[in-house]
Write a protein that binds this ligand. Structure first.
Ligand SMILES: C[S@@+](CC[C@H](N)C(=O)[O-])C[C@H]1O[C@@H](n2cnc3c(N)ncnc32)[C@H](O)[C@@H]1O
Length: 362
């Protein structure tokens, strides 16, 4: 596999956004967080509030069996490509290998998470002022672009908490009939949702699978040890806060198509995977969710919503995010793909940025 950009060298720039890969993520852990704690850090929001509203728009009552593609239309495709992809294809006269695209995506997205937004905003504003005082219009334009990118990332990650969306995910994951589940996360990236599931249903085990080793070393490997997940204490049944290093997690760097597991997982989860498979390959993607599931097991999937904000995000951030095929869809389209491929949809709805489904096999 050709490696395009090594994560270590990807960010050798003085621009304010995104941050260098060497920047620390999170803070050292101090006292345990209290239930209800709510705080905005420079990089992310901590939200252990457990009161309503739960930010889950529930459409579980929908009759999936009568829905047709004529009713719901087809997903939207993000087709503004990154310059890395375009220049690779011009140079090599062949498509950018999919796995290379993921490596670029994960490296760049990780840098977004590492960015201390208020710091970077101060830096970008200062750079703008300095560039103007030197009549350096090129650098002033770059600083202005960084100010715009930072405004978007700040809104999505910190103001709205729409990337991790712990309250929406907790609402989507609520009520699963599982005890001490073995959880398999396909295309795990930072492993966030498996950790949220394990906090809510503790005592089992998590297997994270991603073929990008950078996820094992950095996106998950350096995930903040102080980030709290609201869940339950199995001994008392009361709410409890969990941290990454309190969960039994195994990270497997592998292609999900090569996994050798049997039907041994209580929960199989993917977050933002299905939409990267064109229609001709959707069945293959959904089969990967079925293959490792215990009889009676639960599949949890989310995909990004086709909403104005998301289209703006993927267009504006195309250079970092758009290295490969992606669709934005609505929950009915997502449900129809799953319904057609043998899944029984038990719970469906939308959270801030994603559609979510909880399913069994028919
Ligand atoms: C869009 S990301 C999922 C979004 C994720 N929640 C995040 O925060 O970035 C999909 C992940 O799946 C991984 N992936 C895609 N195809 C894969 C495959 N065939 N085997 C293993 N991992 C795969 C990619 O490397 C990437 O980390």
């Amino acid at each position: 596999m050709a490696t395009l950009i090594a994560p270590e060298t990807a960010a050798a720039s003085t621009r304010a956004f995104p941050a260098q890969t060497s920047r620390p993520w999170g803070r050292p852990r101090r006292a345990r967080h209290d239930i209800g704690h709510h705080e905005l850090t420079g990089q992310y929001r901590i939200d252990l509030r457990d009161q309503a509203p739960d930010l889950f728009d529930d459409v579980s009552a929908m009759d999936w069996t009568t829905l047709t593609w004529r009713d719901v239309g087809r997903p939207y495709r993000t087709e503004k490509w990154s310059s890395a992809r375009t220049s690779y294809e011009q140079t090599h006269q062949q498509p950018l290998p999919i796995a290379d695209g993921w490596r670029l995506f994960n490296t760049a997205f990780h840098q977004f998470f590492l960015t201390d937004v208020p710091d970077a905003q101060r830096q970008a504003k200062a750079q703008f002022g300095e560039a103007l005082s030197r009549f350096d219009m090129h650098e002033a334009k770059e600083a202005l672009q960084d100010i715009a990118y930072l405004a978007v990332w700040n809104k999505i990650m910190r103001v709205e908490d729409a990337v991790w969306d712990p309250r929406g995910k907790r609402a989507l994951f609520a009520g699963l009939e599982v005890k001490k589940p073995r959880i398999l996360f396909l295309g795990a990236a930072d492993g966030y949702e498996a950790m949220q599931l394990a906090a809510m249903y503790p005592g089992g085990e998590i297997v994270l699978v991603d073929y990008d080793a950078f996820c094992a070393t950095d996106r998950f490997g350096k995930f903040p040890l102080d980030y709290p997940f609201l869940g339950v204490d199995p001994t008392t049944g009361h709410q409890r806060v969990w941290y990454r290093d309190e969960m039994p997690i195994h990270f497997e760097v592998a292609d999900i198509r090569d996994l050798q597991y049997g039907q041994e997982f209580d929960v199989v989860v993917s977050i933002g995977l299905l939409e990267h498979f064109p229609d001709a390959h959707k069945a293959e993607c959904l089969e990967m969710h079925r293959r490792f599931l215990k009889p009676g097991g639960t599949v949890v999937m989310t995909t990004p919503r086709n909403q104005f904000k998301s289209r703006v995000f993927y267009n504006l951030m195309a250079d970092w995010m758009n290295h490969g095929y992606r669709e934005l869809m609505d929950v009915r389209q997502m449900g129809l793909y799953c319904q057609e491929n043998g899944f029984d949809i038990r719970r469906a709805g939308v959270i801030k940025a994603h559609n979510g489904l909880v399913m069994k096999l028919r």
